[in-house]
Design a protein around this ligand. Structure first.
Ligand code: NDP
Length: 330
């Protein structure tokens, strides 16, 4: 008989949950995504341990996309298997999200935001995830070549058909975000969240988007909050062999690590003085701003997840800490 996973009874004790914009949906303040470390060649058992560890510590939101892997689709497949084999009994305690809009399959229909692409993609994702519906389905990026109305009506139909409960948008420019939300709300589609890249090193959302989300009643999910690991203790003494920067990621190169080293070290000093690790402080710094609904982290081990959740123990900052951090980030 198959061994069944039994979730920790204490799983909701450490996590905090906050309303996603003006919707009824509650998000954990820290979430887990599977962009990296969840592809076909990654360790099965490690993947399983990360999911269990996250869920055991109150992470209820799991973020995927059709193209996560490599190869594209393999992260959904892996997560689908873990869910099916071990977590089926907990489906109603979990928020599972996926996206479409980046290059996924060959030919003219496997990318961007046409109706043809989105409708095919959600069906593929549901098959890989072995689910009847996802909780949030995202348009992964704005498509300047497709009429916005076409993309939004495809999302509306996906919700109407019961394949997604809520709609999310990701990386939309502010003007298109506003238009998209109007179109969706006109059709009574529950659009609840916008995903943006945001961290101590990537501050653009502070210029307009964080305020805009509030005025539109959307939640904010900030992705890559550790700048892919730069804002952790990982690179303090060089580039470890098993790290994103040592791989081929165009988003985190050894050059970027070296150019940020002075700031990383100075931020680490501030973190230590607060009794936190650097990754904990980087996450806490976002959670201090309650316009951020959930900080969407990645991880390569359950220990990293455990450490990052420790950020919740101190999300307050004194004015002198904030000043020092601003000086470092100048
Ligand atoms: P992070 O900035 O959190 O980076 C995660 C990486 O940081 C890990 O893989 C690990 O690197 C390192 N790390 C995490 N915790 C620790 C720790 N405690 N100590 C040391 N190192 C640590 O986020 P990601 O860039 O991975 O993005 C998170 C999620 O956001 C994605 O999985 C995806 O779901 C979503 N996303 C959405 C996008 C969109 O377009 N909407 C785009 C990008 C991401 P290592 O692997 O080297 O150990």
């Amino acid at each position: 008989m198959e061994q069944t996973y039994s979730a920790a009874h204490s799983r909701y004790e450490r996590m905090e949950y906050t309303r996603c914009g003006e919707s009824g949906l509650l998000l954990p303040r820290i979430s887990l995504g599977f962009w990296h470390n969840f592809g076909e060649s990654d360790d099965d058992l490690m993947g399983q341990r990360m999911v269990f560890s996250a869920f055991d510590q109150g992470i209820t939101y799991f973020d995927l996309a059709n193209n996560y892997g490599p190869p594209p689709g393999s992260a959904e497949e892996r997560f689908g298997n873990i869910l099916h084999n071990h977590l089926r009994g907990y489906r109603d305690e979990m928020l599972i999200a996926t996206k479409a809009g980046h290059a996924m399959w060959s030919g003219p229909y496997g990318d961007w935001g046409s109706r043809k692409s989105l409708i095919a993609s959600i069906d593929q994702s549901l098959r890989r995830l072995r689910l009847e519906y996802v909780d949030i389905f995202y348009s992964h990026r704005y498509d300047p070549q497709t009429p916005l109305e076409e993309t939004m009506m495809a999302l509306a139909d996906i919700v109407t058909k019961g394949k997604a409960l809520y709609v999310g948008l990701s990386k939309y420019p502010a003007d298109k975000l506003k238009e998209a939300v109007v179109l969706l709300r006109r059709e009574h589609v529950p659009v609840v969240v916008h995903q943006v890249r945001y961290s101590m090193f990537v501050r653009e959302p502070e210029m307009e988007l964080l305020e805009l989300h509030q005025s539109l009643g959307l939640g904010t999910i900030s992705f890559s909050p550790l700048a892919g690991g730069l804002l952790s203790g990982k690179y303090l003494s060089g580039i470890p062999i098993h790290s994103r920067a040592a791989g081929n990621s165009p988003f985190l190169t050894p050059e970027t690590v070296m150019s940020r080293m002075q700031q990383i070290k100075a931020l680490n000093e501030v973190a230590l003085s607060r009794g936190q690790t650097l990754s904990q402080m980087a996450i806490a710094w976002q959670l201090y701003d309650n316009r951020v609904s959930s900080v969407l982290c990645g991880a390569s081990s359950p220990e990293q997840i455990q450490e990052n959740i420790g950020a919740l123990s101190n999300i307050q900052f004194s004015s002198s800490e904030l000043t020092r951090i601003s000086e470092i980030l100048k």
